[in-house]
Write a protein that binds this ligand. Structure first.
Ligand code: FE2
Length: 272
């Protein structure tokens, strides 16, 4: 797909349910087109279509995603919509996922075989989650934990996410969580995870042309209030762009950009 990537990049949205009639996202082609226009108006230039896979309801394997994305790309072109749609998937964290990935049955980010979006259940962390993540890392793939702030166990224990990030996982916060649309717990967890440097991407997780629309800029501006414009740019533009291009993320840049926590400042001042 690399030859199809359009320049220059603006915001890159790595998580969305764009494909009509494939999962619980867009219900029709017309809805996908309306979503695409909203995204372009918001400053999004590139989006990953990430249908659910292995969540117990939907199975959207790699071949199906390739076909559906190619079809929707043609429709965007026909309608004159300048949104670069690339393939992806949102894979549920289940024991068979590493094997699905190893055998090429699950779609990776932009079909590059380097990273994969991984979703947890809403309320809990499944037993054996770390083992499955280790297996995915062992395949040379980076698991990207999607909306950890919306998993109530992770939201209450962000240190669990910190452990996974330490192992080599990446994480994506949903823009609407940052503005409180998924409740106070998800918003507060978003803030803690972002400010502690555990989050590498902000994305829309769009499902519709109303309410769960593909806008990222409100979420990005809240993140910038919590941190600064440099962090907002890394999470909304630089890192997602590098990800879809298959480049290594320069994670040191986030560490540099994050406002130093007061504790760290005091430690430096007093050597405590
Ligand atoms: Fe999603």
């Amino acid at each position: 797909m690399s030859s199809t990537v359009r320049f220059p990049f603006g915001m890159v949205d790595i998580h969305g349910h764009w494909l009509p009639g494939v999962d619980d996202g867009a219900k029709s082609l017309e809805m996908s087109l309306r979503m695409a226009r909203i995204a372009v108006d918001d400053g999004i230039t590139t989006a990953l279509a990430t249908p659910h896979h292995l969540n117990g309801i939907y199975k959207t394997g790699a071949e199906r995603v390739r076909e559906e994305v190619a079809a929707l790309r043609s429709e965007f072109a026909r309608a004159g919509i300048e949104l670069d749609l690339l393939p992806g998937s949102e894979c549920h964290l289940v024991p068979e996922l590493p094997r699905e990935l190893a055998e090429g049955r699950a779609m990776t980010v932009a079909d590059r075989g380097k990273a994969v979006l991984v979703e947890l259940p809403v309320h809990s962390i499944p037993v054996g989650a770390s083992t499955i993540l280790e297996e995915i890392l062992g395949l040379g793939l980076s698991p990207i934990i999607v909306h950890p702030e919306r998993n109530s166990e992770l939201a209450r224990k962000p240190d669990r996410l910190a452990e996974w990030v330490e192992m080599g996982c990446l994480a994506q916060v949903t823009a609407r969580s940052c503005i409180g649309k998924f409740g106070d717990l998800a918003r507060d967890a978003s803030k803690e995870m972002v400010t502690r440097g555990m989050i590498h991407f902000v994305a829309s997780d769009t499902h519709r042309d109303r309410r769960r629309v593909p806008d990222m800029s409100y979420g990005r501006s809240v993140i910038e209030k919590w941190t600064n414009s440099e962090v907002g740019k890394l999470l909304a533009e630089t890192y997602p762009r590098d990800l879809v291009l298959g480049r290594e993320l320069e994670l040191g840049a986030l560490d540099e950009a994050l406002p130093k926590r007061r504790r760290g400042w005091l430690r430096k001042m007093f050597g405590a």
